[in-house]
Design a protein around this ligand. Structure first.
Ligand code: FBP
Length: 328
């Protein structure tokens, strides 16, 4: 039976997670505890984003973050909201944000701090003042015991126990995987709840659409330039919003391929491995797609730092194969 759109039954994010957990004897409900905090935080951020121009929270705060990027007011606000909502959860040992140089070591494993949540509080924030879709991206890891605490979260993406994003677009959409397929929820403002709208999403194939900042073409590798040249000759279309959450969400629903390759001036790429590339790669793979970096499966990459940058090629398996076939 096709299980894509559920028109009639009202399943909230919470009830869906609890139902999922019941499938696993011994499940402790710890996930739903973490995910309920993420849901709460992103509802609050969604309101701030929607009223940004009314509440005068647009523009920058006049200083740069650890990435060297000018911090937007809403970057700081979203970051604080997430730190506050997740910081209260006793089973979280570490919180790590794109906006903070070092992670917050909240609780030892002895004190119950079993999980790390890594996040980009407001991805694509440079698009905020033009009301283009922005989002929150998160990755959940179980913390290994022993060794320096801050290194306990430096694990490859294949160790993620959950990943997701919230897109603040025409509607507020939460996309989530806990390793058993990808589910999509939409925030029903009238009841203040994320409602399930699709289960076990599968990324379509056969959509010849690429998403890349083509203005950098002259600075891309020969392989990327070969792919673009070939695509121009083979009826490809192009879509690029410049907000990873919005671009990847479109590809998840419609198919295609998203690329942020290395450039001469950014030889290791721009996007961050731990809280942008890894969670998106887990979602895309769980939906039947592929995600590659440096010629290998992105989720197999061993991180060497919290803010490590990485090149990214992800999307429908056929389109990722088409890109990679021009790299050799
Ligand atoms: P942040 O806003 O979280 O720093 O994200 C980086 C980002 O805006 C991505 O969302 C997007 O895919 C990319 O940078 C756009 O980069 P560029 O302007 O170089 O195309």
């Amino acid at each position: 039976m096709e299980k894509r759109w559920t028109q009639d039954n009202l399943t909230s994010l919470q009830s869906n997670i609890l139902a999922e957990e019941q499938k696993y004897p011994g499940a402790t409900g710890e996930f739903s505890w973490i995910l309920s905090a993420i849901a709460l935080a992103t509802k609050a951020i969604g309101n701030k984003v929607r009223c940004a121009r009314i509440q005068d929270v647009l523009g920058d705060v006049g200083n740069t973050n650890v990435q060297g990027e000018m911090q937007q007011k809403l970057d700081v606000i979203a970051n604080e909201i997430i730190l506050r909502c997740l910081g209260d959860r006793e089973n979280i040992g570490i919180l790590a944000s794109e906006e903070n140089e070092t992670p917050f070591l909240l609780r030892s494993s002895e004190d119950g701090g079993k999980y790390a949540v890594l996040f980009d509080p407001l991805d694509g924030s440079s698009n905020l003042d033009s009301s283009v879709g922005v989002g929150t991206i998160f990755s959940v890891l179980r913390l290994s015991e022993g060794g320096p605490r801050e290194d306990a979260m430096l694990q490859s993406g294949s160790n993620q126990v959950a990943a997701g994003y919230v897109l603040y677009g025409s509607s507020t959409v939460l996309v989530l995987t806990t390793g058993n397929g990808v589910d999509m929820f939409v925030l029903d403002q009238s009841i203040g709840s994320f409602v399930l709208v699709a289960k076990e999403l599968q990324i379509p194939t056969g959509n010849k659409t690429y998403s890349i900042n083509e203005a950098y073409t002259a600075r891309f590798s020969d392989g990327v330039q070969r792919f673009l040249g070939w695509a121009h000759q083979n009826n490809y279309s192009s879509r690029y919003i410049g907000s990873m959450v919005a671009d990847v969400h479109r590809i998840l629903l419609k198919g295609g391929v998203f690329l942020y390759p290395p450039t001469i001036d950014k030889p290791e790429g721009k996007l961050r491995l731990m809280y942008e590339a890894n969670p998106m790669a887990m979602i895309i793979e769980q939906a039947g797609g592929k995600a590659f970096a440096l010629g290998k499966r992105l989720l197999d990459i061993e991180p060497d730092g919290l803010h490590q940058r990485i090149s990214v090629v992800l999307g429908s398996s056929d389109q990722v194969d088409a890109v990679l076939s021009h790299f050799s």
